[in-house]
Design a protein around this ligand. Sequence first.
Ligand code: AP5
Ligand code: MG
Ligand code: ZN
Length: 216
Amino acid sequence: MNIILLGPPGAGKGTQAERLVASRGLVQLSTGDMLRAAADTDTEIGHRVKEIMEQGQLVSDDVMVEMIHERILQPDCKNGFILDGFPRTVVQAEALDAMLEKQGLRLHMVIEMAVEEAALVERITGRFACAKCKHGYHDIFLPTKVPGVCDVCGSTEFTRRKDDKAETVHKRLEAYRAQTMPILPYYEGRGILRRVDGMADIDVVTQEIEAQLNKA
Ligand code: AP5
Ligand code: MG
Ligand code: ZN
C-alpha cells in the first residue's frame, strides 16, 4: 500500500509514520529527514538546503522531485511506502503521479491530519528526538518513561531541530497554507483523500488511521 500523510508542520506525520512502519511493514519516506541528512554534509547543496530549512521555506520542486524519484526506485519501496512531507506543492503532486505511473504503481490513500494552528506551535516547540535511534518525543505529550533515557534504545542523548523555534514555525505554517493546502482538492477530486482528527490523542489518531487504511 502506498500512502501519503499530509498535514501542517507538527500535525504528527512523523509520529504516525513511525507506527505504521512497525504495524504494516511500510517504508517511511520523509523528505524532511532526507533533507536534514543532506544539510549535515559539508557540500554546496547541503549548505543551501540548510539555509532554506532554517528560514522555514520550501526547497525547490526540482530538487525534491529528484530526491523522491531516486528513493522510490529503491527495492525496499516495493512492499509499500508512506510519504511524509512530500508532495508539498501541486507541481510535486503531479510529478509524483507521473513517476508512479511510469513504474505501474499507484497511490492508495492520502490521509490529511487536521490540527488547529495554536496546538501546532506547542507541539513543535516541545518536540525532541533520540540522538541515536531518532525516536520522537514531546516534553509534555510524549515524554520518555524514565527522564533523560530513550525508551527504545536507552541512549541519554537527545536533539532538537533548528527550525523548531516559534518564529520559524509561523513561516512554515504560512508555506503550508500557501503552497501545500492547494494540493488537497487535487486528491479530493480523485476520491482518495481521507481526513482524520489530528487533535486527538496520539493513540486515537493511530486507530483512526488504521481504520481508514483497513477500508482501502
Ligand atoms: P519536515 O521535516 O517534513 O517538517 P514539517 O512538515 O514541518 O513537519 P514536522 O516534521 O515538523 O511535523 P510532523 O507532522 O512530522 O509532526 P511530529 O510527528 O514530529 O520538513 C522540514 C523542512 O524541510 C520544511 O520546512 C522544508 O524546508 C523542507 N521540506 C521537506 N519536505 C519538502 C518538500 N517536499 N518540498 C520542499 N521542501 C521540503 O509531531 C510533532 C510533535 O508533536 C512531536 O513532539 C510529537 O510527539 C507530538 N505529537 C504528535 N502527535 C500528537 C498528538 N496527537 N497529540 C499531542 N502531541 C502530538
Ligand atoms: Mg516530521
Ligand atoms: Zn533511542
